[in-house]
Design a protein around this ligand. Structure first.
Ligand code: MN
Ligand code: MG
Length: 620
């Protein structure tokens, strides 16, 4: 081996500092607008992220901007362009136009790029002024792949002494192989490869072609540390592939680095490393910009990464970039006009005024949509034979939102904006495999929203004011009564408080008593399935299926298909009779018009409640 002799070393090149900026999962949130609620979003929108990008560029001499996929779908803007593909002959797709304007250096595809079909995708990508790559999206039957597996960007970067240095930056990309299942129309047109298998092939090829450094755009989440063939969230095993210098992760819309990943196997959440490789995952819809700073040192043969730092910058509240707003304004304006137009009709009012105390037509509609989506998705799977039930809670029922925080859609035309009021959250649909015992406790957990009622005593409030309405789940497909004389079995946090008591009685499925050992599929939403409200059988990773599209989109497609809807509130749950005990119930001022809904409770107005609410007296 060489000794430390007196041979003078050649003067070393000074280090080059490269700042890699990353966007991911923008989902056509360019203008910071919630198209379902029809109002400005403070925390999202690529136009806000663009302000971060401009500021970062001003601070660093060498900046690269990359996008990690899921840019073509996600707001009604995407549907508008997809329904009018002729627009692409005149102008680039707004998602592409935005990246052209921001000067993206390269991008990869996510799973949602395939939602509108391959022809549409090709047309949209044709407008890109930057290279797109994907290493595990292959052509079918030896056909030509849609995109090259990688690109080598030759960039003249400025070193610490101001000298220009030529650096070859290799960029490759990966998407979940599951696109073949999620978009079945792709069969015969493309195929996908396991992310790790593709990475092990492509990285050495990039090195052989002269890449000094290799950046992996992984449209894939931070999941298990062990590789499994075909895995969807492969960022951790991917980091173990020799030769990858930085990773942009995504797809699961999480934040990295962030405390959410503390203790996650293979991950250093504090330093922003996955398997020792600097990495970011910049959230969703432009909520954050990923920043990876790489220090490059020349070793006599090539540039190598000798140090790194990765972090996220939050876009919340930043002024949107005016140029970007202007460049994408036509699609935005056309979409606004569209969401304000009817997509269907409802023959019945859809309102939430009584959704916490009686079956509701509005909840029936959403429950049906969840049920149908789950039944369809599980067809041909091991769970096909199990009965599908559907759990749903009302979202807008006063609470912290006040007396105006109710949904009240009159009979007549139904707009996309109305559907946003009907279902205000971007949840997806989930399917859980549960036992009869778990469903019984599910309803007990929900029944905790009522105060304990003493029969015959006057002036008792029916609802426990500390219980949020969005935890009052009902399960469509079962029948039961609630005995309000009993104390709640669970507390507000979902912890078992009174193990000896039960409020749910007469619980039936298909006309027979529900047995604890029966097995069911329960359709619910991603928030609940992920552990929101601490319901039985829920938590991170729970469930046998999850929809790719948000529930709201599936709901919109459902009502469009139906044309005219008339959901009915069947009396599948009720209070056990308490000899006519009169209780008080406060709700929104619009409730008076719907009092017929509560005929079975002999509801009568009883003056004003607090904070603009109205009060009713009910007989149990
Ligand atoms: Mn996404
Ligand atoms: Mg995705």
């Amino acid at each position: 081996m060489s000794k430390a002799t007196s041979i003078p070393r050649a003067p070393r090149k000074r280090p080059v500092r490269l700042r890699v900026l990353a966007t991911s999962d923008i989902h056509l949130h360019i203008h910071p607008h919630d198209y379902y609620a029809d109002r400005t979003l403070r925390s999202l929108g690529l136009a806000r992220t663009a302000t971060l990008i401009r500021r970062q560029r001003a601070q660093a001499p060498n900046v690269l901007l990359l996008d990690n996929g899921d840019f073509l779908q996600g707001t009604p803007v995407g549907d508008y362009i997809a329904d009018n593909p002729g627009l692409l002959k005149e102008h680039p797709h707004p998602a592409i136009a935005a990246m052209n304007l921001l000067g993206h250096d390269a991008a990869t595809l996510g799973n949602h790029e395939f939602n509108y079909g391959l022809d549409f995708l090709r047309q949209a990508l044709a407008g890109a002024a930057f290279p797109l790559v994907s290493a595990n999206l292959l052509g079918a039957l030896g056909g030509k792949p849609l995109l090259p597996p990688f690109v080598i960007l030759e960039r003249s970067l400025t070193d610490d002494e101001g000298h220009r240095r030529c650096v070859h930056i290799g960029v490759t990309g990966f998407l979940p192989p599951q696109i073949m299942a999620w978009d079945s129309h792709l069969a015969g047109q493309v195929t996908t490869q396991d992310i790790l298998a593709a990475a092990r092939e492509v990285v050495p090829r990039m090195r052989a072609r002269g890449a000094d450094i290799v950046i992996a755009l992984a449209h894939s989440g931070i999941g298990p540390a062990e590789h499994r063939e075909g895995m969807e969230n492969a960022a951790v095993p991917l980091a173990g592939v020799e030769g990858i210098d930085a990773i942009v992760a995504g797809h699961s819309h999480a934040l990295f680095p962030s405390p959410a990943f503390e203790g996650h196997p293979g991950v250093d959440a504090g330093r922003g490393l996955i398997g020792g490789v600097p990495a970011v995952m910049p959230g969703f819809a432009g909520s954050h910009l990923g920043v990876i700073d790489l220090t490059l040192q020349h070793d006599g043969r090539r540039w190598r990464v000798t140090d790194s730092d990765s972090r996220l910058l939050c876009a919340e509240g930043l002024p949107p970039d005016e140029d970007l707003l202007r460049a994408t304004a036509p699609a935005h304006q056309a979409t606004l006009a569209r969401i304000r137009q009817p997509v269907a009709r409802t023959e019945v009012p859809l309102h939430s005024h009584f959704a916490r105390i009686a079956p509701s037509a509005m909840l029936q509609l959403v429950a049906d949509v969840q049920h149908d989506a789950v039944r369809e998705a599980l067809r041909g799977t091991a769970h096909e034979g199990l009965p599908v039930l559907s759990a749903i809670a009302p979202f807008r029922t006063g609470g912290r939102g006040g007396a105006g925080h109710f949904t009240d859609i009159p009979p007549g035309p139904l707009t996309l904006r109305d559907l946003g009021a009907l279902y205000p959250y971007p949840n997806t649909i989930c399917a859980l495999l549960l036992t009869g015992a778990q469903l019984r406790d599910w309803l007990e957990r929900a029944a905790g929203q009522f105060n304990r009622i003493e029969p015959g005593a006057p002036g008792q409030m029916l609802l426990d004011a500390g219980f949020p309405g969005h935890h009052f789940d009902v399960i469509h497909g079962l029948r039961w009564r609630i005995d309000l004389r009993q104390p709640p079995r669970f507390d507000h946090e979902g912890a078992l408080a009174n193990p000896g008591t039960r409020r749910i009685e007469g619980l039936e499925f298909a006309g027979r008593p529900l047995r604890d050992d029966m097995r069911f599929i329960l359709a619910t939403n991603s928030y609940r399935a992920g552990g929101g409200g601490h319901f039985p059988g829920c938590g991170p990773g729970a469930g046998v299926w999850r929809s790719a599209a948000p529930l709201r989109e599936i709901l919109a497609a459902h009502v469009r298909r139906q044309g005219t809807i008339a959901p009915a509130a069947e009396p599948f749950w009720s209070f056990a009779p308490l000899g006519g005990t009169r209780v008080l119930f406060d709700t929104g001022p619009g409730a008076a018009a719907h009092l017929d809904d509560l005929a079975h409770l002999h509801a009568e107005p009883a003056g004003e409640g607090p904070d603009g609410m109205v009060r009713f007296v009910l007989a149990l």
